[in-house]
Design a protein around this ligand. Structure first.
Ligand code: UDP
Length: 330
């Protein structure tokens, strides 16, 4: 597929909005479908917008019949691990129920291709590292459980309808559009890099490091940070690759290099030139000590090549976005 309309569910969110920008730059028309529960209308800049819930079958079908997308990029979901533990029913309803409604609407309207925003949280506690796509999927929190359930529903949909599907399992999405037209905007914000940037900027009481007694070199958790622009590039490649009808493929997306929380804090201090006030807190429930992915498969099969493969440039774009947001809210 090289042109046409693409339905982007969750297109007003962090990763979805970056995807819309890329699709438009590549000659596609991204149609954002988002209920604005966590997304932001201001981030819908590259195509039509339909405000709607992913569980609203009628509106989804109406939207598909109106815009006739050749493919769907499916980002719409709730994505906070902690919230999923507190309210698993809501996560099941939105993430699994919503995706099932979407698949039914796609079938009814004969849309045959979907690229799904999945996560390394579907693997659970790592048994071997780096994690590749063959690693057992045993999620340890409701968020991961719902994302795995959607992968399975999409796999079944592909087989039953002869549709093609790709699951992209992200490691830690970070950074912002280098042109600062969109960026990370979560309310509430729970992610390490934006919180460390806010702490460097003197906002709030400082950063709490969740656990410094992990079996890692400096005792803090290690994660694999991947730039959001590189993530959405993989979506485009996955869509263009036209996965075989009736099959579903899965690819990990990470840089294959792990950084500890302390290393991230050091890099934030370097990029911003400011000290990050930190305190050591308790471990956060459900956090594995280390999560690093192998994306060899995406590189080989999709020709994916991350451009922002160093932590400093990932943080520099996030800092640019943070400063711009601060400037625009003054
Ligand atoms: N983290 C931390 N303090 C915070 C937020 C996060 O120490 O205020 C740690 C967290 O325990 C994890 C890493 O930073 O080891 C990345 O967390 P984030 O929430 O950004 O992403 P996740 O790994 O949960 O997807």
């Amino acid at each position: 597929m090289s042109s046409g309309t693409v339905l982007v569910t969750g297109g007003a969110g962090y990763i979805g909005s970056h995807c819309c920008k890329l699709l438009a730059a590549e000659g596609f028309e991204p149609v954002t479908y988002d209920n604005l529960f966590r997304g932001h209308r201001e981030l819908v800049k590259w195509g039509p917008f339909v405000e709607g819930d992913i569980r609203d079958r009628d509106l989804l079908e109406k939207t598909i019949r109106r815009y006739r997308p050749a493919a769907v990029m499916h980002f719409a979901a709730l994505s906070y691990v902690g919230e999923s533990v507190e309210n698993p029913g809501l996560y099941h309803s939105v993430n699994v129920g919503g995706s099932e409604v979407l698949l039914r609407a796609m079938t009814a309207c004969k849309v045959k291709q979907v690229v799904f925003s999945s996560t390394c949280a579907t693997y659970g506690m790592p048994e071997s590292m780096p994690i590749d796509e063959q690693h057992p999927q045993q999620p340890v929190n409701p968020y991961g459980v719902t994302k795995l359930a959607v992968e399975q529903a999409i796999g079944k949909w592909s087989a039953e309808t002869n549709g093609s599907s790709v699951m992209l399992r992200y490691f830690n999405a970070a950074g912002a559009d280098p042109e600062l037209e969109t960026g990370e905007w979560h309310e509430p914000e729970t992610h390490l890099i934006p919180l460390a940037l806010a702490a460097a900027d003197g906002q709030g009481p400082g950063l709490t490091i969740f656990g410094d007694d992990y079996p890692t070199p400096d005792g803090t958790c290690i994660r694999d940070y991947i730039h959001v622009t590189d993530l959405v590039q993989a979506h485009l490649l996955a869509m263009r690759t036209d996965a075989p009808a009736g099959e579903s493929q899965a690819y990990n997306l990470g840089n294959g290099e792990g950084f500890s929380v302390r290393q991230v804090v050091d890099a934030v201090e370097q990029v911003t030139g400011k000290a990050v006030p930190v305190s050591n807190g308790a471990r956060r429930e459900g956090d594995p000590a280390s999560l690093v992915g192998s994306s060899a498969r995406a590189r080989r099969d999709l020709g994916w090549q991350p451009r922002f493969d160093d932590l400093g440039s990932i943080i520099a774009t996030a800092w640019g976005w943070y400063q711009q947001q601060g400037a625009s809210s003054q």
